[in-house]
Design a protein around this ligand. Structure first.
Ligand SMILES: Nc1ncnc2c1ncn2[C@@H]1O[C@H](COP(=O)(O)OP(=O)(O)OP(=O)(O)O)[C@@H](O)[C@H]1O
Length: 660
């Protein structure tokens, strides 16, 4: 944009000179009186060429209308709440030096302001005011707008401003980023007048950067207050008071989010070990040479409540302290990842491959009521829970769900219980007779648990019911039609029973229209999800006012135990802890004694490369046993996931679902 029009007469000489300088830069001249900083030069050129701002027409500051301001403030409500204390503290340090403070949102609108009310008129005119718009596209080069554009802290001192109406101001701004690294606000301190030297503002830059980081971290802590968090620093003395890195983690070590320092560590790590699989989550034990159990036990096991671990990317030692959640997890945080499933099925598991297979198959079967489903799995793995979820997710969920434990009913009564009987059908029966459990399931689901314990004679009758969909109660002369879905479960190996002649093969094939095989708790990769869900269910079932929480050391022990009794045993252990714990926090001390023994033993492999020369069979069988869940295998071996991938690559191991 050439300077072809005469300048307005109202402009002062210093403003005229400033405008000339801008045009000189626009014309590609490189004079010594032009701004030295490249960021400022780039911004001036943007203002001229991209935003088409006319430097000969200085504009008064724009303050948005009240209603617009309210909307902008509402959009950063959570941040404003967290930032208030920091804003007041910073202002108390700069007020006597003649500075004002602005906090803007990511669009450059001033949503919080501190300044001297005696200077109200002057400040408003200069745009140092609540509601002032400091977007670079409108206001030209300025601390807030250029900071938003460049995403970095900046001093914009006097004639570095683009608009000639701002050249008396000195402004210093720093970005405040959200946990994803997006700029969500800018903190700025400005003065109407200042010494001419640029260096006079260097201290402002340090101060505003420091407070921006403190506000950012306060926001991070607030955002992830329900999560376990590690605080880290390279200095042992500082980690508790001002540890610079913050990383929110799941109790199994999976990283949820990190502040700027933590994100930098993650970026270093991924630069060295780029995630080459689709799995994008990283575990803390991949970043540091640590076992997650050691991290979870920091608060209970070590006197000064911190531990040192080496970062894998650059071998720097970090001191780590553990911040436990202030509040227990909310149901919302328990949301299972497979959320495209109907709710009852989604709640069955977190992210376990075997369980996901069960959930997906169950989803396909939920309305296929003519397909009989057999659920297999060790005792306590949740077979009945899965049967109920299948029923509740189908279009007959309003119908009855009748559960029958074939092993619990005495053999002599099982027939009458199942089929029912007419009045006077046998001595000792009820006078009015009884409607059997099978007829009661009409319109809904009959769940026959422990089907392997059904006597052979009854198996024959059940087979008839299944093929004819009719029941003949004892003593009746006409059959009752039943329309039901049949789900059976067994923890026994029915094929072995068939071989021994204890179970009818034809009945087995009739019942086994589809099979859902439940994994044991010890092999589930979503053990943490199960622990939280069972704990949450128990807490919700209690009438107590206060909500107890599970401490990290307890979770660490629960994750390490082998759970021969599966989810039922876990539930009993947690119920015991809830009933006997002295206060509202369940620690490892509150768990039943047996949970602290029988831990899953780790393989004696500690160094990532130590295994490279071993035969691949051990790794293959571990991977197979864990349904090719590399994260689970990495945890068991105590090595990082990339190391497992590298070993797989080196040994030519290819998961079945990658083979073409
Ligand atoms: N996904 C789950 N979420 C919460 N609790 C669960 C889950 N799965 C199972 N449970 C709980 O674990 C206990 C055992 O579950 P369930 O009775 O369904 O197991 P099962 O495999 O049928 O056992 P069995 O073979 O002994 O009959 C129950 O108290 C149930 O509430």
């Amino acid at each position: 944009m050439p300077m072809n029009a005469p300048l307005p007469a109202r402009l002062q000489p210093v403003q005229r000179q400033h405008i000339e300088h801008i045009f000189q830069l626009g014309d590609g001249l490189d004079k010594s009186h032009l701004p030295a900083k490249q960021t400022i030069r780039n911004s001036w050129l943007r203002c001229l060429n991209e935003y088409q701002l006319d430097p000969t027409q200085p504009r008064p500051a724009r303050v948005v209308p009240q209603q617009t301001l309210i909307e902008h403030r509402e959009s950063v409500d959570e941040l404003l709440h967290v930032a208030r204390a920091g804003v007041d503290q910073l202002y108390s340090q700069i007020a006597t030096l003649g500075y004002v403070l602005l906090l803007t949102d990511h669009r450059g609108i001033t949503v919080e302001f501190r300044g001297n009310t005696d200077q109200d008129q002057q400040l408003r005119k200069a745009g140092l005011y609540l509601g002032a718009d400091w977007d670079e596209r409108f206001a030209g080069t300025c601390a807030v707008g250029t900071c938003l554009h460049d995403r970095q802290a900046i001093i914009c001192h006097r004639e570095e401003h683009f608009d000639a109406s701002h050249i008396a101001l000195t402004c210093t701004a720093a970005p405040i980023t959200d946990p994803q690294g997006n700029v969500m606000a800018v903190l700025d301190i400005s003065a109407l007048h200042s010494p001419t030297q640029h260096e006079s503002q260097n201290f402002s830059l340090s101060l505003v950067t420091l407070y921006a980081r403190m506000i950012e971290d306060a926001y991070f802590l607030q955002r992830y207050r329900d999560c376990l968090m590690v605080r880290l620093d390279t200095s042992r003395e500082f980690v508790h008071v001002n540890g610079r890195g913050l990383i929110a983690i799941e109790e199994n070590g999976q990283i949820i989010a990190a502040n700027a320092v933590g994100r930098e560590l993650l970026a270093n790590h991924h630069q060295r070990w780029p995630p080459w699989s689709a799995i994008s989550t990283t575990h803390l034990s991949e970043l540091f040479e640590c076992d997650i159990a050691d991290v979870l036990n920091i608060n209970s096991a070590v006197d000064d409540q911190l531990r040192a671990f080496r970062a894998r990317a650059d071998s720097v030692i970090y001191f780590i302290s553990l911040l436990e959640p202030r509040r227990p997890r909310t149901a919302e945080r328990l949301q299972a990842p497979t959320n495209s499933l109907p709710e009852p099925l989604a709640h069955l598991g977190g992210d376990d491959p075997a369980m996901r297979k069960v959930q997906k198959l169950a989803e396909r079967l939920r309305n296929e009521i003519s397909v009989n489903v057999l659920i297999s799995g060790e005792t306590g793995t949740g077979k009945e829970i899965v049967a109920r979820a299948l029923h509740n997710s189908g279009h007959r969920s309003e119908g009855p769900f009748i559960a029958v434990n074939c092993a619990a009913i005495p053999e002599s009564l099982i027939e009458s219980e199942l089929f029912g009987y007419e009045p006077g059908a046998f001595t000792g029966g009820r006078v009015k007779g009884m409607r059997g459990l099978i007829p009661q399931a009409n319109g809904g689901t009959l769940f026959l648990d422990e089907i392997g314990d059904m006597p052979l004679s009854l198996q024959t009758r059940l087979l008839r019911v299944l093929s004819e969909r009719e029941v003949m109660p004892l003593g009746a002369s006409t059959p009752i039609h039943v329309d039901m879905r049949v789900i059976t479960a067994s923890h026994r190996n029915i094929e072995a029973l068939i071989e021994r002649g204890e179970f009818r093969e034809d009945l087995y094939y009739r019942l086994n229209g589809a099979q859902l095989s439940l994994p044991t708790l010890r092999e589930r990769a979503d053990k943490l999800y199960v622990i939280r869900r069972v704990f949450n269910d128990l807490v919700c079932a209690r009438a107590a006012n206060e909500t107890p929480r599970l401490r990290a050391d307890a979770i660490s022990a629960l994750l390490a135990y082998a759970w021969p009794g599966n989810i039922r045993q876990l539930k009993n252990a947690l119920a015991f802890a809830l009933a006997t714990a002295e206060n509202n926090e369940i620690t490892v001390e509150d768990l039943p004694e047996q949970c602290l023994s029988q831990r899953i033993t780790r393989q004696p492999i500690h160094h990532a490369e130590a295994k490279s020369s071993e035969p691949s069979q051990q790794l293959v069988s571990l991977l197979r046993d864990h349904h090719w869940n590399v994260s689970a295998v990495a945890r068991i071996l105590g090595i990082s996931r990339p190391t497992v991938y590298r070993q797989m690559q080196r040994q030519g191991i290819v998961p079945p679902n990658w083979r073409t």
